[in-house]
Design a binder for this molecule. Structure first.
Ligand SMILES: [Zn+2]
Length: 276
């Protein structure tokens, strides 16, 4: 066979150079995908972000200073497999004690306190246990003491069943923390991301002065399976989405990820401007 007829070797494609969109299966260049904060340029599917990625996207460079990482979780029910998940979460490269990340930061030079859920941490689905609740309450206390707005990004499977009743108590605890901010006229902004469900939506994540959500995010009290079991009449196919929540007045706006920093900044400008 002549040389020119042999199939030429395809050029080497470095591993991880491309990613496939979950929404439309388009093949995207990883570098562009990350530059776009993991939103597909074709179908606008918002892929999950870690807490660190959200902080990088949202805050002024090097302004984030974390706190609350010294609170340790217990395993009050000795729930099977829970201790291992906690250990796995601790040993992740984040070195964090929980799926809620709290700290001080600035957004377009405006000082804020952040409380950001990391859905992946310990494979615990951003659920709310005792450490989550305490970190949220501490974040609200810092916001109160320093007169900084509190901004939370929710991505949560709800209350952490491995802590039983203790996790349900966090709903009251976080709601009380928000009430203290409200009494002191400290702005509290919520951004619901996929998925925002269960005890989180039934407490702190529904109490924002302003509530934004990412497009297509699941926003619902119960997961799909439980919802299906409980349904006694037909519901619209999209009733567990951010868009449905917007249509029914539960949230204020669905905001594309690239615009969220500017929305938060403008909201703070509005809420913190001196009254006439
Ligand atoms: Zn896509």
């Amino acid at each position: 066979m002549p040389d020119w007829f042999k199939r030429s070797k395809s050029p080497e494609v470095p591993e991880g150079a491309f990613v496939k969109c979950t929404g439309c299966n388009a093949i995207l260049v990883t570098k562009d995908f990350e530059r776009d904060n993991k939103v597909c340029p074709r179908c606008a599917y918002h892929h999950p972000l870690s807490a660190n990625e959200r902080i990088a996207m949202l805050t002024d460079e090097d302004s984030f200073v974390e706190f609350g990482n010294d609170i340790a979780a217990t395993d009050p029910l000795t729930f099977p497999g829970y201790a291992q998940k906690l250990t796995a979460g601790h040993s992740e490269e984040t070195g964090r004690n929980d799926g809620l990340v709290t700290g001080r930061a600035s957004i377009n030079s405006r000082p804020v306190v952040l409380a950001i859920s990391d859905f992946q941490w310990g494979r615990l689905a951003g659920t709310m246990g005792s450490v989550f609740g305490e970190k949220f309450a501490v974040a609200a206390d810092v916001a109160l003491a320093e007169n900084r707005p509190l901004i939370t990004f929710c991505a949560s499977g709800g209350a952490r069943m491995q802590e039983g009743l203790v996790s349900l108590m966090q709903m009251a605890k976080t709601s009380h923390a928000v009430a203290k901010l409200r009494d002191a006229n400290i702005p509290y902004i919520v951004v619901l991301t996929h998925p925002s469900t269960g005890g989180a939506v039934a407490s702190y994540a529904s109490l924002g002065d302003v509530i934004y959500a990412e497009p297509g995010a699941t926003v619902a009290l119960s997961g799909e399976r439980v919802a299906a079991q409980a349904q006694t009449h037909k519901v619209p196919a999209n009733y567990r989405t951010a868009e449905f929540a917007l249509e029914h007045g539960m949230i204020d706006r669905v905001v594309h990820r690239r615009d969220i920093q500017s929305y938060i900044t403008r909201t703070l400008l509005f809420m913190q401007s001196p009254s006439k």
